[in-house]
Design a protein around this ligand. Structure first.
Ligand code: SF4
Ligand code: SF4
Length: 123
């Protein structure tokens, strides 16, 4: 009886063992693999990231200087980061928020109206 009472009192006055998610989500830890984004400033639209992506989450449209990214196909493996020689792919530690509909993110070069040159394509 005394033992049970001790347990009851202990549980009543101690912090909960779990986090009150989603009100208090866990902060991302340093170097965690998370959010993949593209910065097309130096992107050559070579398609190397898309070729290496094991899930087909990336589509590069060279002619339109566009990268179409389906984040909910991404398994955060990091292959696209390793494939890009121009530092145009970034990965942050944050996680994506849940959504009702899976988006397709479109990334374009700032001067998107300029046609791609052979140098841009590494030809
Ligand atoms: S590998 Fe890099 S430079 Fe090539 S299309 Fe992907 S993001 Fe752009
Ligand atoms: S991290 Fe992996 S799965 Fe996600 S886009 Fe890059 S290559 Fe594809």
């Amino acid at each position: 009886m005394a033992r049970m009472l001790r347990s009851v009192l202990h549980n009543a006055f101690s912090k909960p063992a779990t986090r009150p998610f989603p009100e208090a989500p866990r902060a991302a830890f340093e170097k965690a693999r998370g959010l993949v984004t593209f910065d097309c400033t130096d992107c050559r639209f070579c398609g190397a990231c898309a070729l290496k992506c094991p899930t087909g989450a990336i589509r590069v449209v060279r002619e339109e200087r566009k990268i179409l990214f389906e984040p909910f196909k991404c398994i955060v493996c990091g292959a696209c980061l390793e494939a890009c020689r121009f530092g145009s792919v970034q990965m942050g530690p944050e996680r994506r928020k849940p959504v009702y509909e899976k988006p397709v993110e479109v990334y374009t070069k700032p001067e998107a109206d300029k046609p791609a040159t052979p140098q841009d394509r590494n030809e």
